[in-house]
Write a new protein. Structure first.
Length: 166
């Protein structure tokens, strides 16, 4: 069974831009169902990014996502080191601030790539980011995934692949 690992922007963009909690209950009911069924998961770093905002999204996550939804990334530090080494090898391309942000231990991006990479045969990363290989000011998740042959999709493609509607 394949599992989808959702990035912070899966939640935040949906909540703020496309599917506000007070309007699009069918979307959020579907997210809850997918989480309950184990078809989507995320990581502790995503939880930290969501929970730093004391808002309706944080409350929704606390009330609706299973306790085991946010996985511990401390167990994938060996894979994280490979992602960090890749980033360091790109110092001739990315600006120092871009690499520092990507490797910041408070940021989820490098960790979510590493978590997905750790079991890349069964995990697919879900992000709203798009590849920008020539960009120097930000390390984009799809570009890192491409370097490691990690599958990634956006939210709507995930729903299509799962055969789910809302």
């Amino acid at each position: 069974m394949s599992v989808y690992v959702v990035d912070t922007n899966f939640f935040i963009q949906a909540h703020r831009a496309y599917y506000p909690l007070d309007v699009a209950s069918s979307f959020w009911n579907k997210v809850k169902q997918l989480a309950d069924d184990g078809e989507i998961i995320s990581i502790d770093k995503v939880k930290q990014e969501i929970y730093k905002n004391n808002d309706a999204l944080k409350n929704w996550c606390k009330e609706n996502l299973p306790k085991e939804f946010f996985k511990d990334t401390s167990e994938i530090m060996d894979v994280y080191s490979k992602v960090a080494a890749w980033a360091a090898s790109k110092a001739d391309h990315y600006l120092p601030n871009a690499l520092a942000e990507f490797l910041d231990v408070e940021e989820a991006d490098a960790f979510i790539v590493a978590f997905t990479l750790a079991e890349k045969d069964i995990r697919t990363l879900v992000t709203q980011e798009v590849s920008e290989p020539y960009r120097k000011s930000k390390v984009k998740i799809p570009d890192v995934c491409n370097s490691f042959n990690v599958k990634y999709v956006n939210s709507m493609d995930m729903f299509r692949l799962l055969g789910k509607t809302f």
